[in-house]
Write a protein that binds this ligand. Structure first.
Ligand code: UD1
Length: 427
């Protein structure tokens, strides 16, 4: 199994290209199931999760073709053709590896009037239910049954009628599934307290490009007028705000100066505000965002929240960054119940972090020392990479497959700005 070795202490300087967003890609790809015409997605990141989603689409009868991209390019162009579906079943073996597989539920119901999707089960960051996905679909007329670990959903008469649903908790995935099911309903659907994450806006923009009628895009009330059919489209995946934010933390923790090329500041204001509060210089440039750190970082108090609040997907990286800040930082995780799995691993590198329930207090500044550490989930892995970049000596991050799910060519991007980092196989 591959490992990543980092010899810390180098100041990062230069440009890092930002890839297409993983979380957007994983909700744009299932839209291909909604039409018998081709859907071409540009700027699709090269990631294990994107490959897995491609396999899931193949399983359902869609073809996927990578076009016109060289192995040295960042990003790819993929055309998905779902002329005819051969199955409406998302099997356990695929869903258990990638929770986002649940996002075929809405589009399969919309296209075929039925879907059978394995329940995803728990994951490293806690019990992640899908009750809101199902309730929203039921509100649109779906009949749902759970048996033998699978959700079986069907649309009476082959087509959902549409309806109203107010989410009791903001859910990105449930909003996405509801949207994808709503666009081809017989009637109108109104979703209240919908998620407003930029990836939801990206999804709405693609659906509109395919012929959907959606109003309220970017707000917490989405109104969807069902249409009879959707057509194909060519669409570029938005830049990855979490990847960009992660590399911003890399610049900050190493006292570096990095331009995040292609990053979109409006998608990541809370992250940029937190960097500024920590004493980091943030500047919008023609090509993206420049992040530069001079002098010690200041402590922060951060609480995760749905967009436009501070993203839970940035919590672990900021925690690593705050290890070197002058004073105590306080983190509160409000979205997931078990998202401090990186804390014991950071402690192996010298971190002093107290966790009480949903709150973690990081006592900085820390003299970080390289160690062997183990990645537990995607963003937790990135926090270990960040700590390794600032630590004295060598850090070895094991279980790199977590990183490959969400960071396109991490070591190449970091090497190019001066990090001493390499991937080694067991070989
Ligand atoms: C998505 C992102 C993930 C991010 C998260 C929150 C993808 C592929 N993943 O995950 O990276 O960390 O948004 O920004 O886009 N909940 C329920 N019932 C449900 C659904 C969710 O109670 O049916 C709860 C969850 O347990 C959690 C909260 O709602 O506490 C938010 O989860 P949600 O926004 O749905 O996260 P995901 O879509 O799974």
């Amino acid at each position: 199994m591959d490992r990543i070795l980092i010899r810390g202490g180098n100041r990062l300087s230069g440009k890092i290209p930002v890839s297409g967003a993983k979380n957007a890609a994983l909700t744009l790809m299932p839209c291909a199931l909604l039409t018998d015409e081709p859907l071409t997605l540009r700027n699709l990141p090269r990631l294990a999760d994107v490959d897995s989603f491609g396999h899931l689409l193949n399983e359902l009868g869609a073809s996927t073709a990578i076009e016109g991209t060289r192995p040295t390019d960042f990003g790819r162009v993929m055309t998905v053709r779902a002329g005819k579906l051969t199955s409406t079943v998302a099997p356990y073996d695929i869903v258990r590896k990638m929770r986002a597989s649940i996002l075929v539920l809405g589009p399969l119901l919309g296209r075929a009037g039925e879907a059978t999707v394995s329940l995803p089960g728990g994951c490293a960051i806690g019990n992640r239910p899908i009750d809101l996905h199902l309730k929203a679909l039921e509100a649109m007329g779906a009949e749902i049954e759970i048996a033998a670990g699978y959700v079986k959903a069907s649309a009476p008469g082959g087509r959902l009628k549409g309806g109203r649903f107010s989410f009791p908790v903001v859910s990105v995935g449930a909003t996405e599934n509801a949207l994808m099911a709503a666009v081809t309903c017989k009637g109108t659907t109104v979703l209240d307290n919908a998620a407003r994450e930029p990836e939801i806006v990206d999804l709405c923009n693609l659906l509109v490009a395919m012929g959907a009628q959606i109003s309220g895009i970017g707000t917490e009330r989405l109104e969807i007028e069902g249409v009879d059919r959707l057509h194909g489209a060519t669409y570029a995946v938005m830049p990855d705000r979490i990847e960009a934010g992660s590399y911003a933390c890399a610049a900050a923790i190493t006292g570096g100066d990095v331009e995040l090329v292609g990053a979109e500041a409006n998608d990541m204001r809370a992250t940029l505000d937190a960097l500024v509060q920590a004493g980091v210089t943030v500047e919008e440039t023609k090509g993206g965002i420049r992040v530069a750190a001079n002098g010690p970082l200041k402590p922060l108090t951060l609480s995760t929240a749905p967009f436009p609040g501070f993203a839970t997907d940035m919590q672990a990286q900021f925690m690593a960054m705050q290890l070197v800040a002058e004073g105590a930082s306080v983190f509160t995780e409000t979205i997931f119940e078990n998202r401090y799995m990186h804390v014991p691993e950071l402690a192996r590198m010298g971190a002093h972090i107290d966790v009480r329930g949903r709150t973690a207090v990081v006592h900085g500044p820390t003299r970080l020392v390289g160690a062997q550490v183990m990645a537990t989930d995607l963003r937790a892995s990135m926090s270990l990479i960040l700590a390794g970049l600032a630590a004295e000596g060598e850090t070895q991050v094991n279980r790199v497959y977590h990183l490959d799910r969400g960071y396109e060519r991490l070591e190449e991007k970091l090497q190019a700005v001066g990090a001493d980092i390499e991937r080694v196989g067991d070989g």
